[in-house]
Design a protein around this ligand. Structure first.
Ligand code: GCW
Length: 710
């Protein structure tokens, strides 16, 4: 992507109408007078060469955007004139004597270019495919939203990852596992008859950032979704999404042949089972010809799987893959597994189970690996499985919904977290073997490539609960398309399209977003601490959690704090999980001189008087981080307050209230953790820091009923 930086003019431009956040970043309010006058001269009409539902969707989007932003209607014209937007597939370019040389090879890639045809100055939006033309149209609209010059456009872009997918953890009763933005978007009861406009707007938003797939239902799956009646509901959604290039996928409950098929077993090597899945695939593809495939959570947290029959993950995945292969479908088989025996270190399980199976998976199987080896923590080192399976496609799963990052009351911009994982060097084939290269298939030449984000979307008016949580949906799409986009640039675009305000405000908010994830790490889990959240619902701090059915469901298992020190020893004197990384990484993390401090207690158990780089001992340094994190939320509040006049009043009030909640929660985290760890270390809170207002017993006794998301 080539970013043009020539701006025409920016003025404060939010409309007088209250903004409820529904329109996300696709806001098409009238641009400032000077800018719209320039665009009005440059954009006159639209011409389409071959109509298809996708091209019509692109045309409609352009018309809506231009009428909103520029304030004039453009109509479809049979002839090209100055200022015509030409939507055309590259195979038709020769009709206009235009070269296809600049059109990206990738079928989803696009070219947006100002050019001349028979002396007429037109805006060309072209691609090998209709969907590429739609993506190009959104790219053009973005130029207008960002008030960039369109006189000499030459924007070319193509995705590196083939399947860019949202995972909805939506249940059929419309509750959402780890969902904090209301109930599921999918109103199963009124489907298939009723197509809510919201489904179309969902598809538009996804297409605008290049997301091209959606898994509709929870990985903790219900087999009912695979029955005839429900498949018709799924078909209705698939039909609504298709013009926007979004394929539908479903989770497949491994025991479905028993539960809805009447079979006695779900053994993947059983002939009847194999046949049942084959017929199921044939049935699905009859109603949804472009069905994407299955996502499977097997033998993990009580979900059934091949191991119930003494088979392995490859047996299970390949059986499903074979049923989908004739139709072009894929299986995304999750590596988030842990078996019933409590392990010496849960971080090692996925690697232990999957690495030996490398090379045994069919070509249309992709192993879906969470960004880190434990579970979507505020900060985790990258998962050691990345790069470890050269003969298998592996994909990356991020969590957009903030299960462990303050749910929907905390402002946390996740693009910095995403970038940290994507840019991490696995050293699988020497230096430069980043996670991004593993998952986009370029490192090992895999045919399939994919990335998934667990959606943070529900039926709240503004989709994501927190107005800023929309930025994580946006950023996921943008990074799935191009992992090299800087997080700050993505934030900048999102801010400008979402708030349309002055430069100084955008700059302040951008800085606030860029720091926000580090802030949350500081007040929740500094220096590599992890999984010390409240029991089960994960709301708030719970470092004292112990004595649960499994040791690895407790906080004390992860932090190992006692009077001598704190941290999980994953070096060769401990669980040796570090040996799962390639040697260069293992050495770096093992050696205290080279281990980044943000991962310190993830890999090492250290005495309280261990000297940190800052010169502080570990205890003081850790406590100071907790205080710093909470203080930073205060700064975020001050930043937001200073923007009052520049932000839509409704959004302003929403975020102001949420930041106040976030501050209380940050202080709660800080106090609870500092007091708890102090009960182990016996050391004083460093001088100059205010004493927590309550004692530890107070925090331990706090109880919360009906926390959303479980
Ligand atoms: O993060 C954990 C969540 C579970 C989730 C599981 C998974 C869908 O606490 O709610 O289940 O991970 O990813 O499968």
């Amino acid at each position: 992507m080539k970013y043009r930086i020539t701006l025409l003019l920016i003025l404060i431009g939010f409309s007088a109408l209250a903004d409820n956040g529904y329109r996300l970043w696709l806001k098409y309010d009238l641009l400032p007078v000077g800018v719209k006058a320039i665009y009005a001269k440059q954009i006159k009409s639209i011409h389409i060469v071959a109509a298809s539902p996708t091209i019509r969707a692109a045309e409609q989007e352009l018309k809506t955007a231009i009428s909103g932003l520029v304030g004039h209607q453009i109509s479809e014209q049979a002839r090209l004139t100055d200022g015509t937007i030409l939507l055309v597939k590259s195979s038709d370019l020769k009709k206009y004597n235009l070269s296809i040389a600049d059109v990206p090879e990738n079928p989803e890639g696009y070219l947006v270019k100002t050019t001349a045809i028979s002396g007429k100055k037109i805006i060309l939006i072209t691609s090998k495919t209709d969907i590429g033309v739609l993506y190009g149209s959104f790219a053009f609209i973005k130029q207008l939203q960002l008030q960039q010059e369109i006189e000499k456009l030459n924007v070319k872009s193509e995705p590196k990852i083939r399947n860019r997918i949202l995972n909805h953890w939506d249940n059929l009763d419309r509750t959402v596992e780890r969902g904090y933005a209301g109930f599921s978007l999918w109103n199963w009861q009124t489907l298939p008859g009723y197509i809510d406009q919201r489904y179309i707007d969902y598809a538009r938003a996804n297409a605008s950032v290049g997301i091209n797939g959606t898994v509709l239902n929870n990985v903790n799956a219900n087999a009912l979704i695979l029955t005839k009646d429900w498949l018709l509901k799924v078909k209705a959604l698939a039909d609504a999404f298709r013009p926007y290039g979004i394929k539908v996928y479903l989770t497949a409950r491994f025991s479905a042949p028993i539960e809805i098929g009447g079979l006695k077993t779900a053994d993947p090597l059983d002939k009847e089972v194999i046949n049942w899945w084959k017929e199921k695939a044939d049935e699905i593809y009859k109603v949804i010809p472009d069905f994407g495939g299955y996502l499977v959570k097997a033998n993990s947290e009580g979900q059934p799987g091949p191991q119930n029959y003494n088979r392995n993950h490859a047996d299970g995945a390949n059986m499903l893959a074979k049923s989908l292969a004739p139709h072009g479908g894929i299986v995304m088989w999750r590596a988030f597994v842990y078996d019933n025996k409590v392990p010496d270190d849960r971080a090692k399980q996925a690697y232990n189970e999957f690495k030996p199976l490398d090379g045994n998976f069919d070509e249309n199987v992709i192993i879906q690996v969470k960004n880190g080896a434990i579970d979507f923590q505020p900060r985790e080192p990258f998962h050691p499985l990345f790069g470890a399976m050269p003969n298998t496609s592996t994909m990356l799963e991020f969590q957009l919904t903030q299960e462990y990052l303050g749910m929907s009351t905390n402002l946390v911009y996740l693009a910095t977290l995403f970038k940290e994982t994507l840019g991490a060097d696995t050293y699988a084939k020497g230096q430069g073997s980043t996670v991004a290269k593993v998952i986009n298939g370029s490192l090992y030449g895999n045919k399939n490539s994919a990335i998934a984000g667990v959606a943070n979307i529900g039926n709240d008016v503004n989709w994501c609960g927190h107005p800023f949580a929309q930025s994580n949906w946006y950023a996921f799409g943008k990074l799935a398309w191009n992992d090299e986009s800087p997080a700050t640039l993505i934030a900048d675009e999102w801010l400008k399209m979402t708030f349309r305000t002055d430069f100084a405000t955008i700059k302040k908010l951008n800085e606030m977003m860029m720091k926000s994830r580090e802030t949350v790490v500081d007040y929740m889990t500094p220096l590599g601490l992890h999984h010390i959240m409240g029991w089960d619902h994960h709301y708030g701090p719970g470092p004292w959690i112990k004595d649960k059915p499994r040791a690895d469901w407790t906080s004390v298992y992860y932090h190992q704090a006692d009077k001598n020190g704190i941290g999980f020893n994953r070096t060769n004197t401990g669980s040796n999980a570090l040996a799962q990384y390639f040697p260069a990484v293992a050495e770096k993390f093992s050696n205290l001189n080279t281990c980044p401090e943000e991962y310190l207690l993830w890999f090492h158990h250290l005495p309280w008087n261990y000297k940190l780089k800052s010169g502080n001992n570990l205890w003081d340094g850790m406590v100071k981080r907790y205080y710093k994190g909470a203080a930073e939320v205060k700064q975020m509040q001050a930043t937001w307050d200073s923007c009052e006049k520049q932000i839509d009043p409704v959004i302003y009030r929403q975020v102001k209230q949420l930041l106040a909640i976030q501050y209380d929660e940050a202080v709660w985290w800080r106090n609870a953790c500092v007091l708890y760890f102090q009960s182990k270390s016996g050391l004083p809170i460093p001088s100059g820091l205010a004493k927590p207002e309550h004692d530890l017993a107070y925090y331990e006794k706090l109880e919360f009923k009906f926390v959303p998301g479980i």
